[in-house]
Design a protein around this ligand. Sequence first.
Ligand code: TXA
Ligand code: MG
Length: 318
Amino acid sequence: MPSNAIQAAVAALQNNEIVAMPTETVYGLAGNAYSEVAVQKIFALKNRPHYNPLIVHIKSAGYLQQVAKNIPAMAMQLADAFWPGPLTLVLEKQDHIPDIVTGGKNTVGVRVPGHPVALELLEALDFPLAAPSANPFGSISPTTAKHVVDYFTGTLDIILDGGSCDKGIESTIIGFENGVPILYRQGSTKVEDIEKITGALQMRVHANNESVMAPGMLSKHYAPNTTTILTDNVIAEIEKHFGKRIGVLQLKPTTLPDFISAIETLSQSGDLEDAAKNLYAAMHRLDHQNLDLIIAQKMPAHGMGLAINDKLERAATS
Ligand code: TXA
Ligand code: MG
């Protein structure tokens, strides 16, 4: 990343402008988390409902006290174990965090991103960055700068290109209710790894209304425009839709009928971390091919397979 690109982004952020920045999970639309003016611009750009709070990005765990208070000891343990990295902690907010950032809640979502460009920006600034994923509300998250360009050309001036995101799906979100850790969103930090610290995690069930704790839990989210079906049996599903223009999203190479119009294979070896990294780019490509239908294969239900299935369920039409 040329230093003049970083400098221009820093100047824009200091001026309450919005910048697209790479993180290790997905690209974010970043603005000064302490500025209502900047945060308002993020909501407007994304067309995001105001009840849906933003994640605040800080440069290191040492800055956590500046945005959160009454932090449970277990949250500090999680921060030490996983930051910088794809884990967001929902904690009681400091009073100076604007209500618009937190959707009026008294909690704030915080993380330290594990991407050198995001950290370089944060190092150069004396405020944290509020940053939701850089996509219009409800659509597929961006994992390359090109995805962001496709969504926001003409409405966003600075898009920092940090390459393809390493992890490929959003951060895992953990909150605390009466001191008990709760899983709010599956993501790039594996639940099994978090449970080594927290013990067995409770999870909030899927919801489909405005009262949800984390709208990443909304049952329709991350959705392609093309009708999408999630299945354990891709071949059986293909037979039901014979004659349609079908795209298949599968974990590893299989033999498929010749008439399939598009095939996206997430990992040559069936590796679930690879698959997570490639998931959204594959969904973007399939969604741009005028298909009648996307048939997506359910992943094995362990490790990153759980988080991928969660995203695919929200992408699926039925
Ligand atoms: O990986 C990520 O987390 C990416 C990158 C850019 O950091 N960001 C991201 O942001 O996924 P977004 O806005 O697309 O998703 C943030 C999720 C939303 O579901 C939101 O409701 C939840 O975090 N969230 C934020 N603050 C919260 C809070 N105080 N309580 C409950 N949920 C919260
Ligand atoms: Mg998002």
